[in-house]
Design a protein around this ligand. Structure first.
Ligand code: DP6
Length: 360
């Protein structure tokens, strides 16, 4: 879809310059990691993720015609005005204006909240940017009275969410999504994610993600800065080869339900991501002693019980423990006995693979 062309066509026929839209959108956890980007948030490699269900952002946007002199944006988080975020959202809106030019004539009041606690140290950019992008595309739908399908709306929201935060574009689709061109995934592109719900074995739709909060302090290096260090990274080429290989194994494991191969690739990706950080120039490390401690305990638990569970990491010290529903009671017992005491404030979040965004 050529959204720039669409924007020009739609610049006439504005119907209703006031209204309300509201979307809830989930976070996602990458199985194949996006690390390194170029151009306008285009990924250096394809990535795959599970869409979560409990870690969500709820966003409501009310809009009306802007008065020339007034402040065009108010942003509230948990009902408190947050001017520091307003600057970032204004910048984002500026970036997507070529695709949604009508936004320049609107005043927006955005109210947002997260389901997960502030102190959990969970990155919220995927859920928040996908929820906001959905609201903005929904406004377009309302004011131009266009009757596009839900699918069309989700695709455009994925395209626009990407411009806000790369990984956010994968949160628009239920169960699992791929972002980035891959010869293995029909229709995959760099500009938005595509759903792969129909390419995965049913066992993966039952997966849980136990988020073990190791540390909740703000990260020392942002993902954006980390991506940038990939531009001159010694392992840049090697990383591309590794992803091509891991993508092949992952897509095959997802399609066939091969849990052993799934575990091997998920863990290889998690450790490789952090190895890339540790070998960047300048080097940085986001892992904490208890991250390693928990990883070792998960490996030992799997070795003894032979239960299919895998750890992964995002760009931070927290562990995501992925496992299928049929072993939930054993995993929860293991977490409560062995892992929870290693978590910051004993916090862990019992999340699971989910259906994607909902309108509210
Ligand atoms: C390690 O999407 O947060 O979680 O595009 O700069 O906003 P920006 O970065 P972001 O990077 C996420 C990196 C990751 C891996 C992943 O989710 O694929």
């Amino acid at each position: 879809m050529n959204y720039l062309h669409e924007a020009k066509q739609l610049s006439q026929a504005v119907h209703n310059l006031q209204g309300r839209v509201a979307w809830q959108s989930p976070s996602n956890i990458a199985l194949i990691k996006y690390w390194g980007k170029h151009g306008q948030q285009l990924p250096d490699n394809a990535s795959v993720s599970f869409t979560l269900s409990k870690s969500v952002t709820k966003t409501e946007v009310t809009y009306n015609q802007a008065d020339n002199n007034e402040n065009r944006l108010e942003f509230y988080f948990d009902n408190a005005r947050k001017p520091e975020f307003e600057q970032r959202i204004n910048k984002y809106i500026e970036n997507i204006l070529p695709y949604l030019p009508f936004l320049k004539d609107l005043k927006l009041v955005i109210r947002s909240s997260n389901s997960f606690p502030h102190s959990a140290g969970i990155a919220s950019s995927a859920s928040s940017m996908s929820a906001l992008a959905l609201c903005l595309v929904d406004i377009e739908k309302q004011i131009f009275e266009n009757h596009s399908s839900q699918n069309t709306l989700l695709q455009k929201a994925s395209f626009l969410a990407r411009i806000g935060s790369g990984s956010a574009c994968r949160s628009l689709f239920g169960y699992a999504a791929v972002w980035g061109t891959s010869p293995l995934v029909k229709g995959s592109v760099d500009t938005m994610a595509v759903p792969i719900e129909h390419n995965i074995d049913p066992v993966f739709k039952t997966f849980h993600d136990a988020i073990l909060v190791v540390d909740a302090t703000p990260k020392s290096v942002s993902s954006t800065a980390g991506h940038e260090l990939m531009l001159e990274h010694y392992y840049r080429h090697g990383r591309k080869l590794q992803v091509a290989d891991n993508m092949e194994k992952m897509m095959h494991a997802l399609a066939s339900g091969d849990l052993d191969s799934f575990i091997q690739v998920v863990e290889s990706e998690a450790l490789s991501l952090h190895a890339l950080m540790m070998s960047s120039e300048p080097a940085f490390m986001l892992l904490k002693p208890n991250t390693i401690n928990i990883i070792q305990r998960i490996k030992a638990f799997r070795e003894t019980t032979k239960l299919p569970c895998a750890f992964t990491l995002d760009a931070g010290p927290n562990i995501h423990l992925l496992y299928p529903h049929h072993i939930k009671s054993q995993i929860v017992e293991f977490i409560e006995q062995e892992l929870q005491p290693l978590c910051f404030d004993n916090v862990w979040i019992d999340d699971a693979v989910g259906l994607g965004p909902v309108c509210w």
